[in-house]
Design a protein around this ligand. Structure first.
Ligand code: HEM
Length: 236
């Protein structure tokens, strides 16, 4: 009787694990598809350095190209980063892509500061993107500092926040291209509102999920996470 109960519990646990893995895969594939859509449709064109490709950005083409290279590194490598990091299986690959991801964020955010101060859309839009660039840099730095200090769980959480922000511009383009929104207010009002919504809402939802996972995690898992953290640290 007890053995039967144990094996039933095991089946239930396995089923739970499979559902979780399936959900993770679904989220990952959707995120990858959106990232690729954005890169192919909106970013790759800037590798052709001509006035026609850059339009109003032409006087700042060097800044935009730096931004696009950094942003592309971050958005594409971030996909592998999250996948390999969540599994802890491909640690070497994870470290390499992690460093390249950080370089991408540095380049992308550095150029974004300049671009947002000279926005082709308007200053209110620039304020949202300037703030996004600052928080993008801070969350990525926090992820790096956490792993240098052996805080694996904190590193994962800050990387997730960082990638949610990396993704904000792709979400922004998705919303701004919706024909249903094209008649709302002026262009500046539309761009500014959607720019704020495209990173504040996903960041808040992510935070709620991360905090919920923390609250729901059983006490013994919490303590084993802390005691194992030091084993996984990369040596300087
Ligand atoms: C997450 C933080 C990001 C910030 C703060 C940011 C900021 C900016 C700013 C300020 C501009 C110029 C807008 C203007 O002049 O009005 C811009 C344009 C652009 N950014 Fe980003 N960006 C971010 C992420 C990304 C990523 C990850 C990519 C991926 C490649 C990217 C690709 C582009 C492209 C292609 C443009 C040109 C405008 C367009 O075609 O949409 N950005 N960004």
């Amino acid at each position: 009787m007890t053995e039967l109960a144990i094996s039933n519990k095991q089946v239930e646990l396995n089923r739970g694990k499979m559902i979780k893995a399936g959900l993770k895969l679904l989220v990952w594939v959707s995120v990858a598809a959106l990232a690729l859509r954005f890169v192919i449709r909106d970013a790759v064109g800037y590798f052709t350095i001509k006035q026609a490709s850059y339009g109003p950005f032409w006087p700042r083409w060097g800044w935009l190209l730096t931004h696009v290279i950094g942003g592309m590194l971050a958005i594409l490598l971030g996909l592998f980063q999250l996948w390999s990091g969540l599994g802890q299986k491909y640690l070497r690959f994870h470290r390499l892509t992690g460093r390249l991801y950080l370089i991408g964020v540095l380049l992308g955010a550095g150029a974004a500061f300049y671009l947002s101060c000279h926005s082709v859309v308007g200053w209110t839009f620039g304020v949202s993107l300037f703030t996004l660039a600052a928080i993008w840099l801070i969350t990525s730095t926090m992820a790096y500092v956490a792993i240098r200090n052996g805080q694996v769980q904190a590193h994962k959480e800050w990387m997730i926040r960082s990638y949610v922000l990396t993704f904000a511009f792709a979400t922004f383009r998705l919303w701004i291209d919706l024909p249903q929104l094209s008649g709302l207010g002026t262009r500046l009002e539309r761009y500014t509102t959607i720019a704020w919504l495209s990173w504040t809402v996903p960041l808040f939802v992510t935070e709620a999920i991360l905090q919920l996972q923390r609250i729901m995690r059983p006490a013994e898992v919490k303590s084993s996470v802390h005691s194992h953290e030091n084993l996984l640290v990369d040596t300087p």
